[in-house]
Design a protein around this ligand. Structure first.
Ligand code: GLA
Length: 415
């Protein structure tokens, strides 16, 4: 099984048509029957270039879908049975389309799938048959580049295509987020699902998470690549710490709103609605150095996102790099979501002259960082950072250079 996964990962990078053929072959080997009804889909991972932990504070974010993806093959059955299998974790899980799905620990990754099914059904989109699905992914699991949102959005998109449900990409993103909130109990923002459903090749996306207005910004820095650096840290308690940060922000918002009302002002709707000036005026009402730091991160990070989009439009990578670093420092000191592993990657990356800037990406507490590196120096960069990281942390990180790719879609067999 391991050899098949290695081969599929190789094909994912080199030959999409061959990947499609091999995935279909694996599907028929597992489930038998006729290949003509098998449909193939992909759903990418994402990096967030800048704008961290502010999507749930009504802020602006600047993510991009990348060329690492989850792949899935799916076919309708004639009965009401549902069967899931994954080439990386072989073993079938079965359910029935008429089940009333609920979270169960023993259902492992299928919880993400059942959550999507439940929400689609609640919204009146009930598949009229069962189906069988086979998954493969080249996204590091639990690595902070959103393997779970790739799964949610890819699966929702596949079901909507297979059964002809008229659900827009933006609705698919919202269904993914709703499933995280209600089924998985992670109170995430909308960024990951939105960029995964809506990503566009060679473009980053400036997304206003308050209004969901978005704009594509071309990434045409031809000589530079984003290198993803995975700490390989086992993430424990990441979800509960994430929810804790979210509720700290909510507390800060409520205190500032109350103070604004007391002063006869119209209260802000979310923390990122504060200007830096207003933050300085109101911070004392928080009566807590911790809440003050959390709010400061939101306000300064939101401003950095707009500057970063501007820097990219002007192809000013020196400026973009500085903003990435300021973002990391704020996440380390004010938001406190980095940790020694991410900080080590950050410190080592910025020592390499061909690196314009680096920062953690995603939720933090382990997971991944990104670095903007000259394409000719990528191998040297990885070697240097790996060496220093392993020496300090005691185990190796993983690295790959990525390109910016499209959002969730059909995996073409004749690509
Ligand atoms: C996770 C969440 C996102 C976002 C990031 C932090 O990836 O799913 O909604 O909050 O963390 O920016």
């Amino acid at each position: 099984m391991k050899e098949i996964c290695t081969e599929l990962a190789r094909l994912a990078e080199t030959d999409k048509a061959a990947l499609a053929g091999e995935l279909k072959r694996q599907f028929i080997e597992r489930y038998g029957g006729d290949p003509s009804g098998v449909r193939l889909f992909f759903s990418p991972a994402r990096i967030n270039i800048i704008g961290e932990h502010i999507d749930y504070n009504g802020g602006k974010v600047f993510p991009a879908a990348i060329d690492r993806a989850l792949y899935l093959a799916i076919r309708k059955r004639s009965d009401s049975k549902i069967v899931y299998d994954d080439l990386r974790f072989p073993g079938e899980f079965s359910f029935d389309i008429n089940d009333s799905f609920s979270y169960k620990k023993e259902n492992d990754y299928c919880n993400y799938l059942n959550g999507i099914l439940k929400i689609l059904k609640d919204r009146g989109h009930t598949p009229d048959t069962g189906f069988e699905a086979l998954f493969f992914s080249s996204i590091p699991a639990g690595g902070g580049i959103s393997s779970s949102s790739a799964l949610e959005c890819g699966f929702a998109y596949a079901l909507c295509s297979l059964y002809g449900f008229d659900v827009s990409r933006i609705e698919i993103a919202k269904i993914g987020q709703q499933s995280e909130h209600e089924f998985m109990n992670v109170k995430c923002g909308i960024m990951d699902q939105f960029i995964i459903a809506m990503g566009r090749k060679d473009n980053a996306m400036l997304l206003d998470c308050d209004t969901l207005e978005y704009e594509y910004v071309p990434f045409d820095a031809a000589d530079y690549r984003f290198v993803v650096m995975n700490t390989n840290k086992k993430r424990q308690l990441a979800d509960s710490k994430y929810n804790e940060r979210r509720s700290e922000c909510m507390q800060a918002l409520e205190l500032i709103q109350a103070e604004m009302r007391a002063k006869g002002k119209t209260p802000i709707q979310n923390l990122c609605g504060l200007t830096l000036e207003q933050f300085n005026e109101y911070k004392d009402c928080l009566h807590s150095p911790v809440l003050e730091k959390r709010a400061r991160h939101c306000v300064t990070e939101n401003a950095r996102v707009l500057q970063a989009a501007q820097a990219l439009r002007a192809n000013n990578l020196d400026e973009l790099g500085k903003l990435l670093e300021a973002s990391h420092v704020s996440l380390r000191d004010d938001y406190e979501v980095t940790g020694i592993e991410l900080d080590t990657l950050f410190e080592q990356a910025r020592k390499i002259p061909e690196c314009k800037g680096a920062r953690m990406t995603g939720a933090g507490f382990g997971g991944c960082a990104i670095a903007l590196v000259h394409k000719d120096a990528v191998d040297h960069f990885i070697e240097q950072v790996q060496q220093a990281y392993t020496q300090k942390i005691g185990y190796a990180a993983s690295f790959f250079a990525c390109s910016i790719g499209d959002g969730t879609g059909v995996l073409a067999e004749n690509a």
